[in-house]
Design a protein around this ligand. Structure first.
Ligand SMILES: Cc1ncc(C[n+]2csc(CCOP(=O)(O)OP(=O)(O)O)c2C)c(N)n1
Length: 360
């Protein structure tokens, strides 16, 4: 990972949990309620994420994409949005989903491989996760274009990783957004790797943010483990977009502590020292808890009570999800082809025979 990785960024909370000079100004602008929301959502998302890994290891959940370490990037940016904004996520944005009000059971159903979890939730402008890398970026740009044509105050946000910025869809999206000055935020969580490929092997550019220069809109690099800085930078981008000043590319520099997915082994490509460095010094939640405690906005007993409440809510949603009747195995063949190709038709018949069912 390059030495430029942790520099030239907007940082409001130091790794030791102290406010920087700009951080102090930002802190004074925010309500105590919002400051506590940052903590509450980051804790909730972390406990949810850890539980998902346990469920996957117990065989109660499918392959899962963990996000521990990215809570500040996801919660900070999501809290800067309103329910009129469109969100175009990847497979790792459960932190964003939960923060903007996506039901927990719904997220669980998605990762359990259930079709119900793929359905959009009415009244929430949160699209189904895009697994093909970067494909959601042109979609977000299109939604922003529609909003502009309809003279709506809506902002569209595309979330993606550093790997996505080397895909054609990213550059086409940026080009279009720049030419038409669209109300879109391109939010990159740069964790330094696209699975095992480090950023230096993905691009000759030193940073993701500098790529915005060619498209003539701002590219802002922010400490992605600093929830206050992420919130402020995203809020400014939202304001610019609503005021008709066009797109912003945000590069939230972060580190995913765990594997790419539960099917990955990062010890094969990430040095142990690097993981330790990020886990100890830059943990977004520890850093923010220190800050809140310095300002007497959080006590140990409040922390304990909130963790218990999060666990209770998570357990309840798991129970609900696991009590729902599973669809028949032939459901595997639904929803992709209206007319099944002959090979799949044959497989479906075999599954049906195995189940010993005439109809499903
Ligand atoms: C178009 C496409 N090519 C390849 C893949 C396989 N793939 C899945 S995740 C991934 C890495 C993505 O890295 P990044 O964009 O940095 O996101 P991260 O998962 O690290 O957040 C790749 C190459 C894919 N899903 N889609």
């Amino acid at each position: 990972m390059s030495s430029d990785y942790e520099s030239d960024w907007v940082q409001y909370i130091s790794a030791e949990g102290q406010l920087t000079t700009d951080g102090r100004k930002a802190w004074e602008q925010l309500s105590d309620q919002l400051k506590i929301q940052f903590y509450r959502w980051m804790t909730f998302v972390r406990l949810f994420d850890r539980k998902m890994i346990v469920l996957q290891r117990q065989g109660r959940m499918g392959t899962y994409a963990p996000l521990e370490g990215q809570e500040a990037a996801q919660v900070g940016s999501a809290l800067a949005l309103t329910d009129q904004d469109w969100v175009f996520p990847t497979y790792r944005e459960h932190g964003v989903a939960l923060t903007i009000g996506f039901p927990l059971t719904h997220v669980l159903l998605y990762w359990a491989g259930r079709v119900e979890g793929c359905k959009p939730v009415s009244n929430l402008r949160y699209l189904p996760p895009a697994v093909p890398i970067a494909t959601q970026i042109p979609h977000a740009v299109g939604a922003a274009w529609a909003a502009k044509l309809k003279k709506e105050q809506t902002v569209a946000v595309a979330y993606f990783g550093d790997g996505a910025t080397s895909e054609g869809d990213f550059h086409e999206g940026c080009n279009f957004a720049g030419v038409f000055q669209l109300p879109v935020i391109l939010f990159c969580q740069n964790n330094g790797y696209a699975i095992s490929v480090p950023f230096s092997r993905q691009s000759a550019a030193k940073t993701v943010a500098e790529r915005a220069l060619a498209y003539r809109f701002p590219g802002i690099r922010v400490d992605g483990n600093d929830v206050l800085a992420v919130y402020m930078v995203t809020s400014q981008a939202v304001k610019r977009a609503r005021e008709g000043q066009g797109p912003t590319l945000i590069e939230a520099v972060t580190y995913r502590k765990g594997p790419h997915t539960t099917a990955d082994d990062p010890s094969r490509y990430r040095p142990r020292e690097e993981v330790k460095h990020w886990s100890r010094q830059f943990d977004p939640l520890t850093r923010y808890q220190l800050l809140l405690k310095n300002f007497q906005l959080l006590t140990d007993s409040e922390e304990e009570a909130w963790e218990l409440e999060c666990k209770r809510r998570i357990e309840q949603a798991i129970k609900e999800m696991e009590s729902l009747t599973s669809p028949p195995p032939t459901h595997l063949f639904a929803h992709v082809f209206s007319d099944l190709p002959p090979a799949l038709h044959k497989q479906r018949l075999q599954v049906k025979q195995k189940e010993g069912k005439e109809h499903d």
